[in-house]
Design a protein around this ligand. Structure first.
Ligand code: 3E9
Ligand code: MG
Ligand code: MG
Ligand code: MG
Ligand code: MG
Length: 365
């Protein structure tokens, strides 16, 4: 595939932050992956130098250290599934087999005592994660975590069906799949656990709060698609990425697809900021903490994404930015032309603008 795409500094109005214990957390995650034999020896050798513990330390910069460690170990586990089972493994080309394996895995997450997948290292790692999650989660948060794993698993099965036929979905389907296959929603229960609170379900599941969370998923995965394009397009295997989707659907060159995708994530970032600020002004202290950590999740993925060897690939360096910028390339408050998510632009009450020439208020979207 095309090489040499230069990714520009992207719009990031969220300040960087990192947990002071990031080095210890990162080292413990390497030890954890070795203890549980996460991934094949070749995959594990790569994963343990990707600074995944540092990523978790950026997502929860002021979180409880034990929970940051759970998050770090969980992310390396997720890469064991996403890289090991799905993108590089045989099951990833066989959705019918993959759905069974992931359903068994889900049973282990729900009830770590079931005598299933007894010889499976990923299942053993998941059992350990589940026991540790239980220590810091309420039963409701445990259930959310399992439900989020299910939506991640469902989306990677969808992805596997495209991989098995080497097809590329259209933008709307890709967006819907990508909201979940980036494993972003599975991180959210840990944001709450990291600060020892439980968001009231009526607040967490309100339309505007759900939309804000989905916007974070979108920004994180679009950014990942920009930063991982080099790694993904040069590997000799099937890959799905928004740049590839746009190239395919709209007959764009990689450079055109890049500026298109940047504009999309900039517009969603502008909306995220507005919705976040509006919700924070009227929400509970718990909601304010949650919104704060949606922001640190976005920013943490960016800081990690431009610096981790996973994406910079030092043996064949990617042209990634070393900084971010303060202004969006597109600040339009029009909804994106993607039906699955266009409703995000309707969650804020209509803004009133004063029209001096008419001497009266007019509402605008
Ligand atoms: C991401 O997509 C795959 C996830 C399973 C990675 C685990 C990451 C998280 C739980 C946090 C979200 C962070 C992101 C999306 C960076 P993809 O494109 O397969 O990731 P890759 O690293 O291979 O580009
Ligand atoms: Mg993937
Ligand atoms: Mg991947
Ligand atoms: Mg508990
Ligand atoms: Mg990627």
């Amino acid at each position: 595939m095309e090489h040499g795409l230069i990714v520009p500094p992207v719009f990031s109005p969220i300040p960087p932050a990192i947990h002071p214990r990031h080095e210890a957390i990162n080292e413990r995650t390497t030890a954890w992956a070795n203890t549980f034999s996460i991934g094949s020896p070749e995959l594990r050798e790569k994963l343990v130098v990707h600074d995944i513990g540092t990523f978790a330390a950026r997502v929860l910069p002021e979180g409880r250290e034990e929970v940051v460690s759970i998050l770090a170990d969980f992310i390396i586990w997720l890469f064991g599934v996403d890289d090991g089972l799905c993108e590089e493994g045989e099951l990833g080309k066989d959705p019918a087999e993959l759905v069974g394996e992931l359903s068994r895995m889900l049973r282990v997450a729900q009830n770590p005592d079931v005598p299933m997948l007894s010889e499976n290292p990923l299942a053993a790692g998941l059992r350990d994660l589940r026991h540790r999650v239980s220590r810091y989660a309420t039963p409701g948060q445990e259930a959310r975590w399992v439900d989020a794993l299910r939506e991640y698993f469902l989306s990677v099965v969808w992805e596997a069906s495209h991989r098995s036929r080497e097809t590329v979905p259209g933008l709307n389907d890709y967006t819907l799949m990508r909201l979940y296959d980036g494993a972003t929603s599975v991180v959210l229960p840990l944001l709450e656990m990291g600060h020892g609170y439980e968001l009231h379900p009526n607040e967490r599941d309100s339309t505007a709060v759900r939309a804000a969370a989905e916007m974070a998923y979108f920004i994180i995965t679009w950014d990942n698609d920009l930063f991982s394009y080099h790694k993904e397009s040069r590997a000799q295997q099937y890959y799905l990425n928004v740049l590839r989707v746009l190239e395919n659907e709209q007959q764009l060159t990689p450079a055109e697809a890049l500026s298109h995708a940047v504009a999309q994530r900039d517009r969603v970032m502008c909306l995220f900021l507005r919705v976040r600020d509006e919700l924070a002004a009227t929400g509970s202290p718990q909601l304010r903490q949650y919104l704060e950590n949606l922001g640190t999740f976005i920013r943490g993925a960016q800081d990690w994404g431009i610096s981790s060897h996973r994406y910079t690939t030092p043996d064949d360096p990617a042209d990634l930015p070393s900084t971010f910028c303060d202004t969006p390339t597109d600040d339009s408050d029009e909804a994106l032309d993607i039906p699955a998510v266009a409703w995000w632009w309707d969650v804020l009450p209509e803004r009133e603008t004063f029209q001096p020439s008419h001497g009266e208020f007019r509402t605008s979207a």
